[in-house]
Ligand binder design. Structure first.
Ligand code: FAD
Ligand code: NAP
Length: 314
């Protein structure tokens, strides 16, 4: 059974940064990548807020981070953890491929996209309904599409799709966007250029289409009761994320799935179980940025190092 002083679960910015610091501290970390190797950033074609990189694709940035961690000796294992036992030490982790033992664990499992919850959305998932424009936008080249949401993800995806698709409808339930100003400025430029139409104060009531061809439209309902049918072939859902913490929540304190950290005031990334730490979007419902995730991954590895030193000196 593979074992280590420290096992990191997740290969996004938090997990990779934790691996870099843990490897440099000679903790010989094992990092379990999960199915989404590289994490959420793989969905974005252009990152403009990673310090030192004015413009870099998510795939390039995450490949650099993973290679960096590996070059320092972190061992990457492609597996998905399906169960954990934090009730006794060493901790045990069960994966699809193997089981693992660790003295300390850093959870960096990030977050996954939310969906609207409509039966018609469920029906057309993979047949016109997607939560990743970078992954699927290519299939809608020169076709009309819609994006739903008003945050950074929705605007980023709408901007990306506006360069590929014939037209983008941005459906938002309010008329104010919570996305950052720079993205909104770029959105307004695309609206002025006739590439994007804002459909505000509206919710999607139904995704329409047929079994053979997939999505052919959306029916939107405005706050004032008006109903409108919009012809599209692709719907991109960008309404936020849920932390990937289902396998931990029965054993760790959490707030609606977001793992509670700082339980031991000596360690900012400590959870309610001594020796288990958490970093990144799985433990942060507020900032959820690549750089804040990486920063907390660094803190988690430093916390683990100190935790193990204290344990060994007793
Ligand atoms: P994630 O990146 O979500 O990585 C989680 C990792 O955990 C994955 O590797 C996954 O495989 C693994 N995992 C999950 N469950 C398991 C399991 N059971 N077993 C093993 N492994 C598991 N932020 C910015 O700062 N700038 C941007 O420009 C930006 N653009 C974005 C664009 C989009 C479309 C999206 C969706 C997000 C964007 N973000 C951006 C936010 C940023 O991607 C996240 O804040 C960041 O990726 C979170 O990092 P993380 O390491 O916590 O988790
Ligand atoms: P978010 O900020 O939580 O925004 C979610 C959006 O979806 C909101 O506009 C919300 O509307 C809307 N929404 C939520 N539930 C809905 C529903 N059931 N029906 C219709 N609309 C719904 O999520 P996000 O945009 O995915 O961003 C997540 C995090 O990643 C943020 O911290 C963000 O800063 C970060 N991120 C950063 C970048 C970047 O820096 N460039 C890019 C992408 C993501 P309301 O506004 O009305 O609540």
């Amino acid at each position: 059974m593979p074992s280590s002083k420290t096992i990191i679960i997740g290969s996004g910015p938090a997990g990779c940064t934790a691996a870099i610091y843990a490897a440099r501290a000679n903790l010989h970390p094992i990092l379990i990548t999960g199915m989404n190797e590289g994490g959420q950033l793989l969905q974005t074609p252009d990152i403009q807020n990673w310090p030192g990189e004015p413009s870099i694709s998510g795939a390039d940035l995450m490949n650099k981070l993973m290679e960096h961690a590996k070059s320092l000796g972190a061992e990457f294992i492609n597996d998905e953890i399906t169960g954990v036992d934090f009730s006794k030490k060493p901790f045990t982790l069960t994966g699809d491929m193997d089981s693992y033992e660790a003295d300390t664990v850093i959870i960096a499992t990030g977050a996954s996209p939310k969906y609207l919850g409509l039966p018609s959305e469920e029906k057309f998932k993979g047949q016109g309904v997607s939560a990743c424009a970078t992954c699927d936008g290519f299939f809608y080249r020169d076709q009309p599409v819609a994006v739903v949401g008003g945050g950074n993800t929705a605007i980023t995806e709408a901007l990306y799709l506006a360069d590929i698709c014939s037209h983008v409808y941005l459906v938002h339930r309010r008329d104010e966007f919570r996305a950052e100003k720079m993205l909104i400025d770029r959105l307004e430029d695309k609206v002025s250029a006739g590439k994007i139409t804002k459909v505000c104060n509206a919710v999607i009531d139904e995704v329409t289409g047929d079994d053979l061809k997939g999505v052919s439209g959306i029916r939107v309902k405005y706050k004032d009761g008006r109903i409108e049918d919009i012809s599209i072939t692709g719907l991109f859902v960008a309404i936020g994320h849920t932390p990937n913490t289902g396998i931990f929540t029965s054993q760790l304190e959490n707030n609606q799935g977001t793992i509670t950290v700082g339980v031991n005031p000596d360690f900012k990334t400590s959870t309610s179980v001594s020796g288990v730490f958490a970093a990144g979007d799985c433990a942060d419902s507020r900032y959820r940025q690549a750089i804040t995730s990486a920063g907390s991954g660094c803190q988690a590895a430093l916390d683990v190092e100190k935790f193990l030193q204290l344990k060994e000196s007793h």
